[in-house]
Design a protein around this ligand. Structure first.
Ligand code: PLP
Length: 435
């Protein structure tokens, strides 16, 4: 397994548990604790920076993990951030990301949001022709700091293996479809002299290198055609995210080095020129940096079932689409030490009040007892960021683990309290309304 894909091991989970306990971040009353390995994340970003050409901006997809302290660590080592909403752009600013390293990609930008992005100097990728018309109108009216504005193209290379996260097939809701709107795309680049980039993103997990490289090749070919017809060079090509990651020990996933090799074959000019190249990886960086520890509240031996404190609130996709998504598990005892004993199948259920709240069925694990801890692997992406308030359970605390720092663990986000939840669901009090 390549260094990029090293996942958090059982021994590391034991260390994380112990350090969190010593630091007072995990107590007998803790129901769950989410952990992000910051050093691992920095190493993964460093590998990207090493294997991609030096003219690449790696704008990490904020939606994969929106915690400001995690974003800040990524920004500190030179990453940019990709925002799927104006709110995510604000998270990037809160993480002190320079505006020119923030890429704003929402498919539903309002006039106000576009104006704000232009004034801030954020890189903008328009999703469609109507958005281009809005940008044109605003550019004539306001003072804009943004110098990089692209158009998202749907390269129509087909879907990956997971349908609901595939977006590069014909009929997808994103981008200008290449086969049917090629002349409009060319017309837009002729009409708008501020339009100087092309953007593509084909999906998240389930996309092969073939699919990713074919999409990059198609937009680089389009870039050449646009430069030929307009007579002006484009300033950037954004190839999106979508590099798959490992969720199983026995699985294989392409490395960034393999991706770069394919890109050099399929889109050589993209890699060799000095033109800015943007990537928007989320999952491949973040998923393997996270583990979630959740206390076993009950064991129901008659049903070979354990009830823990994380379910569909945290793992939306695995619970609702178990045919597509999967996690591996470890078991620690009440003192944070690995369990041993005869392996047997166990169904792990969440705490929510509906019958489908099952994280995994028939997982082969050592004996599990009340008070043990289930460690869910690879939870660093598309988990906390998709938190569901169904049943109003509070969001657990998040700890940053950094094997290279003297303290090793630090709090990245405090656990919510019951009062926080009440506040979340409360309307303004009469006194506030009167203000
Ligand atoms: C536009 C865009 N860029 C980047 C990403 C990140 O994808 P991944 O986390 O699979 O790298 C997404 C995720 O859906 C996306 O929609």
């Amino acid at each position: 397994m390549s260094a990029f894909q090293q996942r958090i091991t059982l021994s590391e989970a034991e260390v994380i548990w112990q350090r969190s306990r010593e630091a007072g971040l995990l107590s007998d009353r803790t129901r769950s604790l989410l952990v992000h390995d910051l050093d691992r994340m920095r190493s993964r970003i460093a590998i990207l920076q090493e294997v991609f050409p030096s003219h690449t901006l790696h704008a990490l997809a904020i939606k994969a993990n929106p915690l400001v302290e995690i974003l800040r660590e990524a920004v500190n080592v030179g990453a940019g951030l990709e925002a799927a909403s104006i709110e995510e752009a604000h998270l990037a600013l809160a993480a002190e990301c320079p505006a020119e390293r923030i890429v704003f990609d929402s498919p539903a930008k309002t006039m106000e949001e576009i104006a704000e992005a232009l004034e801030l100097g954020i890189v903008l990728n328009a999703d469609n022709f109507a958005e281009l018309r809005r940008i044109d109108q605003l550019i004539k009216q306001i003072s804009t700091r943004t110098t990089l504005i692209g158009l998202r193209i749907n390269p129509e290379v087909g879907a990956g293996t997971i349908s609901h996260t595939s977006v590069g097939q014909a009929g997808s809701k994103f981008g200008a479809p290449l086969s049917t709107t090629r002349s409009e795309i060319i017309g837009a680049f002729r009409r708008y002299d501020w339009l100087n980039g092309v953007h593509v993103h084909v999906g998240s997990q389930g996309c092969s290198l073939d699919l990713l490289a074919r999409a990059a090749s198609r937009i680089d070919e389009l870039r050449r055609e646009l430069e030929g017809t307009t007579g002006r060079p484009l300033a950037f090509v954004d190839i999106g995210g979508g590099l798959p990651t490992l969720y199983r020990e026995q699985q294989s996933a392409p490395t960034p080095q393999e991706y770069v090799t394919r890109l050099k074959q399929e889109a050589p000019e993209l890699m060799s020129s000095d033109r800015l190249l943007i990537t928007e990886f989320g999952r491949a960086i973040q998923a393997g940096c996270g583990v979630a520890l959740s206390r076993v509240e009950f064991v129901r031996p008659e049903q070979r079932m354990a009830v823990i404190h994380l379910g569909a609130d945290f793992l939306l996709r695995p619970v609702y689409r178990p045919e597509d998504w999967f996690h591996e598990f470890f078991v620690l005892d009440a003192q944070g030490r690995r369990k041993s004993g005869t392996l047997a199948p166990l169904t792990i259920t969440g705490p929510l009040c509906f019958s489908g709240d099952i994280i995994a069925r028939d997982v082969i694990l050592p004996p599990v007892d009340e008070g043990d801890w289930i460690v869910i692997r690879d939870t660093g992406a598309y988990t906390l960021g998709m938190w569901s308030h169904h049943c109003s359970r509070s969001i657990p605390g998040v700890v940053g683990y950094d094997a290279t720092s003297p303290r090793q663990v630090r709090l990245l986000r405090a656990a919510e309290t019951a009062s926080d939840v009440v506040r979340f669901w409360s309307g303004p009090r009469p006194a506030d309304v009167d203000k």
